[in-house]
Ligand binder design. Structure first.
Ligand SMILES: Nc1ncnc2c1ncn2[C@@H]1O[C@H](COP(=O)(O)OP(=O)(O)OP(=O)(O)O)[C@@H](O)[C@H]1O
Ligand SMILES: O=C(O)c1ccc[n+]([C@@H]2O[C@H](COP(=O)([O-])O)[C@@H](O)[C@H]2O)c1
Length: 211
């Protein structure tokens, strides 16, 4: 029998992988959430409804590899604020990348798919990230590992036509009217979801905090 010390973990609860039943449709919504805002909640709700997800996991990054960490709030503070915003029975908040030891999405998804091959994962992101997706580490590996749902964002709508990802994987895009089947499709597969636009941004909120 293992002793309490042997089962104790040094990680706080908020880095754990959320519970899910085999076969569940899980949207993974990665973000800095520095701070979280209404636009994030709108993205999570849109994906949840249109893809009929069982859960959305808000994956709070330890640090976006492409962003300057100088004005990044501490992880526990971002988790706390994100948990307040993601208060919904089908949403969970985690910083599981701390356990995986990586801030890179390709590696994260590889490890999650290995840990839970019984779940149907979908990567969720806003259209601004579609525009710059080709700069992410091993972005083609991401596309080849899980389906992707892109949600429209002000000033980024044209990424659906011109982004290198959209052009390279044009053949794998499905109509947003068929979005409900996305979690069950083999990668590569993606869709672009038009939804009411929300102009909020963390950059603007940080500017307002400092003025
Ligand atoms: N208003 C919005 N509409 C649609 N998608 C959004 C919106 N805000 C953020 N997102 C998406 O949510 C995810 C997390 O975004 P992030 O935490 O970087 O917020 P942000 O407002 O873009 O932050 P920053 O201004 O610091 O870059 C990303 O996939 C991003 O594309
Ligand atoms: O893997 C990468 O190279 C990579 C580059 C940029 C962003 N990401 C991830 O994209 C998600 C959204 O990041 P952000 O900062 O736009 O909220 C978050 O989970 C980041 O870790 C990942």
């Amino acid at each position: 029998m293992s002793s309490p010390a042997a089962t104790r973990t040094s990680h706080p609860d908020w880095v754990k992988l959320p519970h899910a039943e085999a076969g569940n449709r899980i949207g993974i919504f990665g973000g800095s959430f520095n701070p979280p805002h209404s636009g994030h909640r709108a993205v999570a709700m849109t994906a949840m409804k249109r893809l009929k997800l069982d859960q959305v996991w808000w994956l709070v990054t330890p640090g976006n590899p492409l962003k300057d960490a100088a004005d990044l709030a501490p992880l526990d503070k971002r988790i706390h604020m994100t948990s307040a915003l993601a208060d919904h029975p089908r949403m969970r908040v985690t910083a599981h990348e701390v356990v995986l030891g990586t801030p890179y999405t390709a590696e994260t998804l590889k490890r999650l798919c290995r840990k839970r091959p019984d779940l149907n994962f979908v990567w969720i992101m806003g259209a601004d990230n579609l525009a710059s997706f080709h700069r992410w580490q091993d972005w083609r590996t991401i596309m080849d590992s899980v389906p992707v749902a892109v949600v429209d964002r002000p000033h980024a709508s044209l990424s659906v036509l011109f982004a290198p990802m959209a052009q390279t994987y044009g053949y794998a895009r499905i109509d947003e009217g068929d979005a409900v089947i996305l979690p069950h499709l083999a990668a590569p597969a993606w869709t672009f979801l038009h939804a009411p636009l929300d102009g909020n941004s963390s950059t603007e909120l940080r500017k307002r905090q400092t003025t």
